[in-house]
Design a protein around this ligand. Structure first.
Ligand SMILES: [Zn+2]
Length: 113
């Protein structure tokens, strides 16, 4: 369960942002999580709910957008969905692939009062 430590650091960022803009209450939070982060959405949800108990963020909802692995071939520029780590390019069979999505863990938006 690395979700607990992840959500704790995310919430620290949120707290900081809320302080900066003088927000009193967090209504909802949207995260984008890539498949390669090995984060379980359900575990993340659980970690989130237990971490915000008895804080200013209690009652907020968490929305998770999962992104699949995708990459771009450095040989021919084709962008495609990767099924696994070392999938070759479907066009030229090149193996020099730049990963585009799948490893991110971003805060997309937060709704505060
Ligand atoms: Zn290619």
């Amino acid at each position: 369960m690395h979700e607990i430590s992840l959500i704790k650091s995310i919430l620290k960022t949120i707290e900081h942002e809320m302080e900066k803009c003088g927000a009193k209450k967090l209504n909802s939070l949207t995260l984008r999580i890539g498949t390669l982060t090995a984060v379980e959405p359900e575990a993340m949800q659980f970690a989130f709910n237990s971490s915000i108990e008895k804080t200013a963020m209690e009652g907020a909802t968490l929305c998770i957008i999962e992104t699949k692995l995708s990459g771009r071939c450095r040989e021919c520029g084709t962008e495609f969905a990767l099924s696994e780590f070392d999938s070759p390019c479907p066009i030229c069979a090149g193996l020099d692939i730049k990963r585009l999505t799948g490893t991110e863990l971003d805060i997309i938006s937060m709704d505060v009062d």
